[in-house]
Write a protein that binds this ligand. Structure first.
Ligand SMILES: [Zn+2]
Length: 311
């Protein structure tokens, strides 16, 4: 077994990635645990233990990237999209087979891993925005997550940006960033655009699949479809507005964008940056750049493992 290695678990809504992580953040091996429909805590725990055994990693420290709030004092997660795990002492249960266990929010875990690839993340102030079904926001200060409430940076993806409050997000607030600038919002707006005939590419996608996925909107925009590009431009507007607020609140030196929607690439980041600079305090935009994440979907698993190795 590698010296100084750890186990990293990244819990998602339908499956959990379990990886063996080296002390310098390399993913050495991994398993995917698919959560059975309606599975309860004991069954899920048994699956996690089996995955750790399959990696021949019993006895190593465990880090858990949890998709919700964290109660670190009790070593458990809350308010997640895996209700069967909420409120259960997951860290203590896994520590029983694998040494000490750490638990942190999943967006924070991904940011911990990403921060190692940027000087601002290792030594300065780095904000990470994960654009997926929802919007995750984490702040890293000198390599460690800044926690304001609930073991997270509050719920900064729900900063309110839309005064018309046309839409409600999955969590229940209206007019927040997540309600207008997320994969879920892109699916809703792309499906509407297809139905009113403003995008041939999205209309043919809707005909074939019955609905329009966020990745289909991204593909159409990258291929030059004007309607899809308009949706992406609107999303950049909302994100630029949020970036201006996050800059004012947290003074980051660097803002990194990851998650599925980062497939839109640097031109999308440049759009967000232009919108943000037009609204930010000038001294804040002058020293804060925006860039794409370097790590992909394994970042949460890697960050969880690294957190387990950090005193
Ligand atoms: Zn919201």
């Amino acid at each position: 077994m590698s010296k100084g290695a750890a186990i990293g678990l990244d819990i998602g809504g339908g499956s959990t990635k379990v990886g063996l992580i080296s002390h310098d953040g390399q993913l050495l091996a991994s398993h995917r645990v698919v959560l059975a429909e309606g599975a309860e805590f004991p069954a899920i725990l048994a699956d996690y233990r089996a995955a750790i055994a399959a990696l021949r990693a019993e006895g190593l420290p465990v880090g858990i990237a949890y998709p919700g709030h964290i109660d670190r004092a009790r070593g458990l997660g809350l308010n997640s999209n895996v209700p069967a795990l909420d409120g259960h002492p997951l860290a203590a249960a896994l520590a029983g087979v694998s040494g000490p266990a750490a638990i942190l929010n999943d967006a924070d875990a991904a940011a911990v891993a990403e921060a190692r690839h940027h000087p601002e993340g290792r030594e300065g102030r780095m904000l990470m925005v994960t654009l997926g079904t929802g919007v995750g926001v984490s702040m890293i200060v000198a390599g460690r997550p800044l926690e304001t409430a609930g073991g997270t940076l509050g719920d900064s993806g729900h900063v309110n940006v839309d005064p018309s409050a046309r839409h409600r997000c999955r969590q229940g607030c209206t007019g927040c960033l997540e309600s207008v600038a997320s994969a879920e919002a892109l699916e809703r707006d792309g499906t509407l655009m297809a139905s009113i005939g403003e995008s041939p590419a999205l209309a043919s996608e809707a005909d074939a699949a019955g609905t329009v996925s966020a990745s289909a909107v991204c593909r159409a925009a990258l291929a030059g479809d004007p309607g899809a590009q308009r949706l992406i431009g609107q999303m950049a507007d909302w994100l630029g507005m949020a970036v201006a607020s996050w800059r004012a609140s947290f003074h980051p030196d660097l803002i990194v964008f990851g998650g599925g929607l980062s497939v839109l690439g640097q031109p999308f980041i440049d759009q967000i940056s232009d919108r943000a600079d037009a609204r930010s305090l000038p001294f804040l935009s002058a020293h804060c750049r925006l860039t794409l994440a370097r790590l992909g979907n394994d970042a949460g698993m890697i960050g969880a493992g690294l957190a387990a190795l950090t005193p």
